[in-house]
Design a binder for this molecule. Structure first.
Ligand code: C2E
Ligand code: MG
Ligand code: MG
Length: 395
């Protein structure tokens, strides 16, 4: 069996390392990120196919790591990154080549997704297929490890704030699943969802995220922060006729109002199971629980379906928001979605707001709620309190 290619990224800025790792995982690599240059010699092994290396790190520099790799007679393909201009990158690249290392490209910060993806696409053609499947830290975690992680409480939600465009105050948070892995660091939703799907545990995992979020929400409330929490549901869960009753009991147990949770379901997932779920969806709405249609614009819901299901919120898919400033079609979809949502009496949320210009654009178009890295990245529950307090102190 062919093993996956292995990638190790070293960058003292943890966000960037994790970004590179996540893109690599999406591109089919087993990937690991480290933000500690001093640990590099102990993590690096000669069977790593790609090393992504930040040139500028406190206490050391990428050149020292290049020297280390040369001493190891490394066969890894190297991608250099740096906040410097292209000139510095090119000299480092030349130096590495002189040492007999294989540099396949370089990236300047901020790293663009597409450029990184294109470099990673080169790798399979360069690296001969490996067939020894020895387990290591590099292998993507397997189902057994995932089962254990659930039992050990490592599968947890992080929370991303949502702001009202007009008042700029916190109105809610979206719970997004993460794996707080004891050795590999924080693992992304995509990887968790794949494993949950493979293990046939998607609904169980999502129920657990839901329960944890309700507990967290009531803890915030006790600490003086009243907020809504949005949960990403798997479409299957709406087939359960008991769901409205179970949720109502859970809410009561945590002293939360039904209006404090929003259940999100993606447009594409829901439409496949629509008829079976309509009963549950309607009863949830009657109990005062809000329903949100996620990733709107990527599925194929008809206007009739939208009207039939009692949604209270529509989330514009982030691919349109991310491109709205540069792509006329994306902008048109954003505009139409806002109009449609409002016509149908829904609140419209834009996710994927990464900068001030996109915020300004969406605000001008009359969008109601903003979510995105420009406001904050998803964070652990206890950090949200600090974040919210420092914000309200500023405003
Ligand atoms: P989603 O519901 O559309 O969630 C929004 C995604 O956009 C999140 O990705 C979030 O981290 C990301 N995001 C937020 N702001 C920005 C931004 O400014 N720029 C960019 N580029 N991205 C941004 P994440 O956490 O990787 O989650 C991916 C998807 O996984 C979610 O998409 C959701 O559909 C699903 N998911 C997450 N948690 C759960 C869960 O507990 N259960 C189920 N069934 N699905 C989940
Ligand atoms: Mg969502
Ligand atoms: Mg979405």
């Amino acid at each position: 069996m062919d093993c996956k290619k292995r990638l190790l990224v070293l960058d003292d800025e943890r966000d960037i390392g994790e970004f590179v790792r996540d893109v690599a995982i999406e591109s089919g690599f087993d990937a690991l990120a480290s933000d500690r240059p001093e640990a590099f010699p102990s993590i690096y092994t000669n069977d790593i196919d790609v090393v992504v290396l930040d040139l500028m790190m406190p206490g050391t520099d990428g050149i020292e790591i290049i020297r280390f790799l040369a001493e190891q007679r490394s066969k890894s393909f190297i991608i250099l990154i740096s906040g410097y201009n292209a000139g510095v990158l090119h000299s480092a690249q030349a130096l590495a080549s002189e040492h007999g290392l294989h540099v396949i490209g370089s990236l300047t910060k901020p790293i663009r997704y597409v450029e990184l993806e294109q470099l990673l696409e080169l790798v399979p053609a360069l690296v001969p297929a490996r067939t020894n499947a020895d387990a290591s830290l590099f292998e993507t975690p397997g189902i057994d490890e995932f089962h254990a992680a659930i039992r050990n409480g490592e599968i947890v939600p992080h929370y991303q704030p949502q702001l009202d465009f007009t008042s700029q105050t916190l109105v809610g948070v979206e719970a997004l699943v993460r794996w707080e892995h004891p050795h590999r660091g924080l693992l992304p939703a995509g990887l968790v969802l794949n494993l949950a799907h493979e293990a046939d545990l998607l609904s169980e995992m999502t129920s657990s995220v839901l329960s944890q979020s309700l507990i967290q929400c009531s803890e915030w409330q006790a600490a003086g922060l009243k907020t809504l929490v949005s949960i990403n549901m798997s479409a299957d869960m709406f087939k359960d006729l008991e769901l409205p009753k179970l949720l109502e009991e859970q809410l009561r147990a945590h002293r939360l109002e039904p209006a404090q949770i929003i259940l999100e379901v993606t447009e594409s997932a829901l439409m496949q199971e629509l008829v079976k779920s309509l009963d549950t969806l309607t009863r949830l709405r009657m109990k005062g629980i809000a329903l949100s249609i996620d990733d709107f614009g990527t599925g194929y819901s008809s206007l009739v379906q939208l009207h039939r299901i009692p949604f209270s919120e529509m989330k514009i898919d982030r691919s349109f928001v991310l491109n709205a400033l540069t792509d006329e079609e994306a902008l048109a979809i954003v505009k139409i979605t806002i109009m449609l949502g409002h016509e149908l009496g829904m609140k419209v949320v834009a996710e994927g707001i990464e900068n001030q210009q996109t915020w300004d654009l969406l605000a001008r178009l009359g969008c109601d709620v903003a979510q995105g890295y420009f406001i904050a990245k998803p964070m652990p529950g206890d950090e949200l309190l600090t974040w919210a307090r420092s914000r309200s102190a500023l405003h």
